[in-house]
Design a protein around this ligand. Structure first.
Ligand code: HEM
Length: 322
């Protein structure tokens, strides 16, 4: 009798340990409060001056966090340059000639290392930088959970297979987010990040020339003016993801979708007669619900498989392991 009670206790203890261990219980919003009290002001001022120089940089920095977290978790792996022993993620298809802002991260890392050497991970710098970018461009604020450590390796293959493509339809978008524990609502809210920033002609050419359903024809023609039909010409010409307010973090991205003016095929999939339509409508009718769902989803995305405790390392230089 006593032993079966003991067994039950052991079982419950293991269950609780497992449950706590499988979420990212180790991340906390005050992780560096003693070890690096100037962290937030150090990061914010560097992000602010980068955005003052070029507004688009805020968008580019937000995207870095997404492309880091979706590939084996938020572990700074995206930032590693290629070495002789592995090919990094920077040259994976979704990233090459596309992700940008690495020099800004270098500047932030140098400033942080000066303030508190060897303490703050590159993965955490990405998380705070993403939040600061959103706030500076007029979006919501939140407390960022910290305590991630940096990966010692990167995976080009995982970057190719884990980051959703702009050609995806709704089902594939939903499953690529659910593969990292994010819901359809999280997916729609996070896609609202396309309220800022730019995309290259090659990522939306097929939509503006070949799609007839669910694209406003005047919008398509306008975009065609600076994105030639044939690939190889004008591939890197840019267009704003939110045609109304590309430098402001607001809910206009969702209004564009209802007007059939989503730039990417994947954007318009969120309002195409399917299960996401009602979420898009709710973010138009109630902008504060977009803000709060975006924050919830950013925190959830930041919780994807962090390295904590004695796993990984605190890189000195975000481009290479120690
Ligand atoms: C839902 C699936 C998503 C797809 C298919 C997608 C795809 C893309 C593509 C193709 C571009 C343009 C890249 C280029 O032209 O080189 C882009 C830009 C961008 N994406 Fe996404 N994205 C998605 C979700 C997200 C999420 C979750 C975030 C952040 C939370 C995000 C943030 C951004 C930002 C801010 C830009 C503009 C970057 C800049 O101007 O430098 N995206 N995305």
């Amino acid at each position: 009798m006593a032993s079966s009670k003991n067994n039950t206790m052991v079982f419950l203890f293991l269950l609780v340990t497992l449950l706590i261990g499988s979420s990212s219980a180790q991340l906390s919003t005050n992780f560096y409060s003693k070890s690096c009290p100037k962290l937030y002001q150090t990061i914010k001022s560097t992000v602010q001056s980068a955005i003052n120089k070029e507004t688009r940089m805020g968008a580019s920095l937000l995207r870095l966090f997404f492309h880091d977290c979706f590939v084996n978790g938020c572990d700074g792996s995206l930032l590693l340059d290629d070495t002789s022993s592995f090919t990094g993620e920077k040259r994976a298809a979704p990233n090459v000639n596309s992700v940008r802002g690495f020099e800004v991260i270098d500047n932030i890392k140098s400033a942080v290392e000066k303030a508190c050497p060897g303490i703050v991970s590159c993965a955490d710098i990405l998380a705070v930088t993403a939040r600061d970018s959103v706030v500076i461009l007029g979006g919501p604020n939140w407390n960022v959970k910290l305590g991630r450590r940096d990966a010692r390796t990167a995976s080009q293959g995982a970057a190719n297979s884990s980051i959703p493509a702009p050609t995806f339809n709704l089902n594939r978008l939903i499953s690529s987010f659910s593969a990292v524990g994010l819901s359809t609502k999280d997916m729609v809210a996070l896609s609202g990040a396309h309220t800022i920033g730019q995309a290259r002609c090659t990522t939306f050419r097929a939509r503006i020339y070949n799609e007839t359903n669910n694209i406003d024809s005047t919008f398509a023609r306008t975009r065609q003016n600076s994105c030639p039909r044939n690939s190889g010409s004008g591939d890197n010409n840019l267009a704003p993801l939110d045609l109304q307010t590309p430098s402001k973090f607001d809910n206009n991205y969702f209004k564009n979708l209802v007007n059939k003016k989503g730039l990417l095929h994947s954007d318009q999939q969120l309002f195409n007669g399917g299960s996401a339509d009602s979420i898009v409508r709710s973010y138009i009718n109630n902008p504060s619900s977009f803000n709060s769902d975006f924050v919830t989803a950013m925190i959830k995305m930041g919780d994807i498989r962090p390295l904590t405790g004695s796993n990984g390392e605190i890189r000195k230089n975000c481009r290479r392991r120690n």
